[in-house]
Ligand binder design. Structure first.
Ligand code: ARG
Length: 446
């Protein structure tokens, strides 16, 4: 039996209903606690402009707190025949409180309801992503310091080039995460603005107090223009997806390096047996499937902003049902990136590093520039020194000094770990999560 907020005297065709609802009921479960919080703020505002009485507000708030607890426990259900989370919450309220439950929708539309739900959901999930990035960042810097003296070849064109180190390798990905965090910080700022009150996308003739709901929900400010607020649907997700994609690009590159460094032909690192998988035919195989799947998952995440762009690109302003589909790939992306970050950290904490790579004669030409520089430092013009070493290599009598003396900032001998950490902490400190936690606690009476 259909149960719709909008059905009047015609019953919608079952096939049309199934097609339009699609996977939305499953997706809306992600939004349930935030939908309830959004309603709590909305009804307090309605009471302040006399669209609800104080008693109604008390009764509705109590009921919404119970629904929130159900959602927080993961027990919230969207019943058969109920279209979405918004309809389900209203249905639960009307079942419990009768007509009072039907009053809460004054001055809003499901369009701004889903907008605010998404913003609240994204804000919380960005906090989880920041935590996960921080954990991986710590692991990378710890390993960078631990293996700072382990020299490996650096490559250009996948040809042995110059000395690098495991310290540089780990530290490079740590610093890459700092820039990804800056991108995420910008995405957070875009997210942290209140769209509630834009209603269907054109505001309301009720004298809504949007500043009040902005404060109640702990937003930094609001999306002022109601038309723009609605245009934020899809745009916010695309920007946040780009930030997730940026992190994914970092980890995907790391995953490829790790697969390569773990192969017998490189042997710079070794994964513990428990972290590899076997082959059904080749008894000797210990495959780095975790890093391979990480690479593929990271690539999929990098397709996400493109997918959202394609869904939203040619829509004019105003709400369209197209936007609903963004939820299907966007909402689960947070769990994906967090599991990628945590798994990568676990793998990197458990690898064994081969400390003897640099002595392998097959890599000896990586010291050629060291030799040229040594001659140049002793007064031989660089071009002549280059030629001298080149000819020695041609003759087959190039015997390098294996001592590495790199001292400038960011080089093998001077990783600038403290500076990289300071930059990370600076960016991390710019996410203000405390304000929204305090606001949620107030709404929930905690
Ligand atoms: N499930 C819808 C969505 O995600 C909710 C908004 C429905 N609004 C509408 N005008 N049909 O977009």
């Amino acid at each position: 039996m259909a149960n719709k907020l909008w059905e009047k005297n015609v019953t919608v065709d079952d096939g049309v209903e199934a097609y339009t609802v699609g996977r939305d009921r499953e997706m809306d479960l992600y939004l349930a606690p935030y939908d309830v919080l959004g309603s709590m703020a909305h009804i307090r505002m309605l009471e302040s402009i006399n669209l609800l009485t104080a008693d109604e507000l008390t009764a509705l708030t109590e009921a919404l707190r119970d629904i929130f607890d159900t959602a927080a426990k993961g027990d919230f259900v969207i019943e058969d025949g109920v279209e979405d989370v918004h309809s389900q919450v209203e249905l639960m309220l009307t079942r419990r409180l009768g007509d009072m439950g039907k009053k809460i929708h004054s001055g809003r539309s499901r369009n701004d309801q889903v907008l605010v739900d998404l913003k609240l959901f994204i804000r919380s999930r960005i906090e989880d992503v920041v935590d996960a990035v921080s954990r991986l960042f710590d692991t990378l810097l710890r390993q960078s310091e631990r293996y700072k003296d382990v020299i490996i070849p650096g490559y250009t064109h996948l040809q042995v080039a110059m000395p690098s180190s495991m310290g540089l390798w780990f530290g490079a990905y740590a610093e890459s995460l700092v820039d990804d965090m800056s991108v995420l910080r910008a995405a957070y700022e875009v997210t942290n603005r209140n769209p509630l009150g834009s209603a269907a996308g054109y505001g309301s003739s009720f004298p809504l107090n949007r500043s009040m709901t902005t404060d109640l929900l702990g937003f930094e400010s609001m999306d002022y223009n109601v038309v723009y607020a609605q245009m934020g649907r899809g745009k916010t997700e695309r920007i946040v997806a780009s930030a997730i994609a940026s992190i994914a690009a970092t980890v995907g590159k790391l995953a490829f390096d790790a697969c390569m460094f773990n192969s017998q032909n490189f042997g710079f690192i070794k994964l513990p047996d428990e972290f590899t998988t076997g082959s059904s035919i080749m008894p000797h195989k210990k495959n780095p499937d975790v890093f391979e799947l990480t690479r593929a998952k990271c690539n999929k995440l990098q397709a996400l902003p493109v997918e959202i762009t394609l869904i939203t690109n040619n829509l004019p302003s105003g709400y369209f049902r197209d936007l609903q589909l963004v939820k299907e790939s966007f909402l689960p992306a947070f769990d994906t990136i967090i599991s990628i970050l945590d798994m990568t950290g676990r793998m990197l904490s458990n690898i064994t590093v081969n400390t003897e790579v640099a002595r392998d004669p097959r890599y000896k030409y990586m010291y050629s520039v060291e030799e040229v520089n040594r001659l140049a430092a002793s007064g031989v013009p660089f071009r002549d020194a280059y030629k001298q070493v080149g000819l020695a290599i041609e003759r087959g009598d190039f015997n390098p000094d294996y001592n590495i003396r790199h001292t400038h900032e960011g080089s093998i001998g001077n990783l600038c770990t403290d500076q990289i950490r300071a930059r990370f902490e600076h960016v991390a400190s710019q996410f203000d999560f405390a304000t929204y936690h305090a606001a949620f606690n107030r709404l929930l009476g905690k």
